[in-house]
Design a protein around this ligand. Structure first.
Ligand code: PAF
Length: 285
């Protein structure tokens, strides 16, 4: 695997491949890679001639420096996993290659996100998605990939990136890959590295409740099912539910009934010992 640290170098390398008609699959990450990422890499590798992964902890999508410092960093393990999947290029840029002084301070409004960034995670993490959109667009400009792969665990992020690609008419296909779960159903996430073993077991309650909610919706209204979910967490000592919303999968706006909306997703954020976990489940499509 070729490890590249400079923007100009990766641009040259990838341009040469493109000029030979090779296809490029891109997986942007912030490192702390796990089996969920592995599946993205595998799919990207299968569908393209070359696979490139980026590792960059993007400062503008965090609300403070503590959050950035606390983000797990496991570069040696990450490189081992990328070698295992036969990744061709690992791009580890420096901040100055991606941000000018101006746009690191002001979170730019690249495009109108139609309110997609203001609901769910956006209510708890203001400006988070402006940071995500900025960095993903910056990577898309540098890498010029044919396909880019994102996990469905970050459902809102996936919807927003698809919207951005559509609005800006970018020539990259955005592919959402299924959430990978551990044996108890907990969605794999880099943040799980911050959990103790017993917390990992407790956190599998999140998926259990989501699945049960899907059953409840067969006999209860959307409102009653949502309240049922929230009640489950009120009775749980170590898990705090920040939000649970049943939303239209395109607009991310809350729905009042399943019948009016074709595709509906339940989105949840839960805190366990100060680690925020998000998950979602398609409740009707
Ligand atoms: O999902 C992530 O890891 C990040 O939000 C991304 C897409 C790499 C942008 O920093």
């Amino acid at each position: 695997m070729n490890i590249v640290k400079h923007k100009s170098e990766i641009v040259d390398l990838l341009q040469e491949l493109k000029s030979k008609g090779k296809t490029i699959g891109f997986v942007p990450t912030m490192g702390a890679l796990h089996r969920g990422h592995y599946e993205l890499f595998r799919q990207a590798k299968k569908e393209n001639d070359f696979l490139i992964c980026s590792i960059f902890i993007n400062p503008t999508q965090f609300s403070d420096a503590v959050e950035i410092d606390n983000y797990p960093k496991t570069l040696d393990q990450d490189i081992a996993l990328l070698n295992k999947v036969k990744c061709d290029f690992l791009f580890i840029p420096e901040q100055k290659d991606l941000y000018s002084e101006q746009n690191i301070i002001e979170k730019s409004d690249l495009i109108d996100l139609n309110g997609l960034d203001l609901t769910l995670e956006g209510e708890v993490r203001p400006d988070h998605f402006k940071g995500v959109v900025f960095i993903v667009k910056t990577f898309f400009d540098i890498i010029n990939a044919d396909r880019a792969y994102f996990g469905k665990k970050d459902f809102q992020q996936l919807v927003i990136i698809k919207h951005m690609v559509n609005e800006l008419n970018l020539n990259v296909q955005v592919i959402g890959c299924e959430t990978v779960r551990n044996e108890n159903g907990l969605a794999l996430s880099s943040r799980n590295a911050k959990l103790a073993e017993e917390e990992i077991i407790e956190a599998s309650f999140i998926y259990m409740v989501l699945k049960e909610c899907k059953q409840k919706l067969k006999s209860l209204t959307v409102e009653a099912s949502s309240s049922w979910v929230l009640d489950q967490f009120k009775n749980h000592a170590s898990l705090t539910c920040e939000y649970f919303k049943i939303v239209d999968s395109r607009t991310l706006q809350p729905v009042t009934s399943l019948h009016e909306n074709k595709s509906v997703v339940g989105c949840i954020a839960v805190k366990i010992n100060n680690v925020r976990l998000i998950d979602n489940l398609v409740l009707s499509d």
